[in-house]
Design a protein around this ligand. Structure first.
Ligand SMILES: *Cc1c(COP(=O)(O)O)cnc(C)c1O
Length: 379
């Protein structure tokens, strides 16, 4: 049996959670939350990072900070998780989906500009599988048209683009610490604020519309309701669980990369022979081994492939149903241009087991069964 995912867990987590309990401070913005925020700011070179209750919440906050209003348009890929889209819908946006590139499954930066109208307000990019989008091209388009850029870096924690951490390049970056991500607090996330003029508004949004963060820093002598907001602070118990992982973030990253590289080496001959496709690492980027996928010939072959692995106790999963063809996508958005790759590539993709602590023997077992399928070995 090889599971698809195990949530990361580091031994020291219980100790830290107990410390939070003993300090009688388990609500938001306690000691562990601050440690996590500071760690990310230093490690990623970000001017401000705030833990949130989820990656989705971080996206919600970003959409509001961009000042999205009903009737505004947001450009995004259709091949993504629902959160990227629904956060902007919540703010009132109309979604404009554009096609992806087949090599990274990321938004095709060459198709963004033609989708811009005088209602376009923001571009939301997704760093799929922790592989960076072409951010130079995206930022250039955004600057020329005066648009916000939100990076959905839910899968991209610890990945870089030309030496810069994903999430720190656009106006706002969003991380997820869901249990399926590289670093986890059960449910949780973080917003990276790359423009200091939004720091205060972000704190207010996150703190139920109050200036409580300022109050705790002694910058105002009483706190009050100053604007609309929401409750986006996670419990310090969850932050304590996450803190244990951030302390050994490099070790977790290295462990995942070991599995990823073993898959890559093993399947490269099949890819070179044109039998399957495997992930492409964009030039100048490092990745965090968030995901290893292979692309089968078509939907029919993928269905047989997943069934084949299941027979051997290996869980392989696929995603996403392209958003533009989903019921809510039809309601809230439109696809600009032709869907050349989004649907076709999404139907070919299957993800292999990948988690911190996946043993070498399990990894070899998966490799053997994958190769068995494609080399037609009947076992
Ligand atoms: C996981 C994920 C999210 C949502 O994160 P949550 O923490 O589960 O809310 C958003 N976008 C992408 C691309 C994701 O993979």
């Amino acid at each position: 049996m090889v599971s698809f995912n195990y949530p990361p867990y580091i031994e020291t987590a219980f100790d830290y959670m107990k410390q939070a309990v003993d300090s009688h401070k388990i609500c938001g913005d306690g000691d562990f939350t601050k440690r996590c925020n500071r760690w990310m700011e230093e490690r990623f070179g970000a001017q401000k990072v705030l833990l949130t209750t989820s990656g989705t919440t971080a996206l919600d906050m970003s959409a509001l900070l961009c000042g999205i209003k009903p009737g505004d348009e947001v450009i995004l890929p259709s091949y993504t998780f629902s959160s990227t889209a629904t956060s902007f819908v919540l703010a009132g946006a109309t979604l404009v989906f554009v096609d992806i590139r087949p090599d990274t499954m990321n938004i095709d930066e060459k198709k963004i500009e033609e989708a811009i109208t005088d209602r376009t307000r923001a571009i939301a990019v997704v760093h799929y599988a922790g592989m960076a989008c072409d951010m130079d091209a995206v930022m250039d388009i955004a600057q020329r048209h005066g648009l916000f850029v939100v990076e959905d870096a839910a899968q991209g924690v610890m990945s870089t683009y030309k030496g810069r951490a994903l999430g720190t390049i656009g106006d706002f970056g969003c991380y997820s610490f869901h249990e399926t991500k590289n670093y986890s607090m059960g449910e949780g996330g973080a917003i990276v604020i790359n423009r200091p003029e939004f720091n205060e508004r972000a704190e207010i949004l996150r703190e139920k519309g109050t200036n409580r963060s300022k109050f705790f820093r002694g910058q105002v002598d009483k706190y009050t309701w100053v604007d609309f907001g929401d409750s986006c602070l996670p419990s310090d118990l969850n932050a304590a669980y996450l803190w244990a992982q951030l302390e050994v973030a490099d070790e977790i990253n290295k462990d995942r990369l070991r599995t990823w590289n073993a898959y890559y080496e093993a399947f490269k001959p099949l890819a070179d022979a044109g039998r399957i496709d495997i992930p492409t690492i964009p030039e100048g980027c490092t990745h965090n081994a968030h995901m290893f996928y292979i692309k089968c010939r078509d939907l029919e072959e993928r269905t047989r492939f997943i069934a084949h692995l299941r027979e051997y106790g290996i869980t392989s999963v696929f995603h996403y149903i392209p958003l533009h063809s989903a019921p809510a996508g039809l309601k809230f958005g439109r696809f600009h241009g032709e869907d050349v790759y989004t649907t076709k590539e999404s139907e070919r993709l299957a993800r292999l087991p990948m988690y911190y602590g996946l043993s070498e023997s399990d990894c070899e077992y998966v490799i053997e069964k994958v190769l068995g399928f494609f080399n037609g070995v009947a076992e």
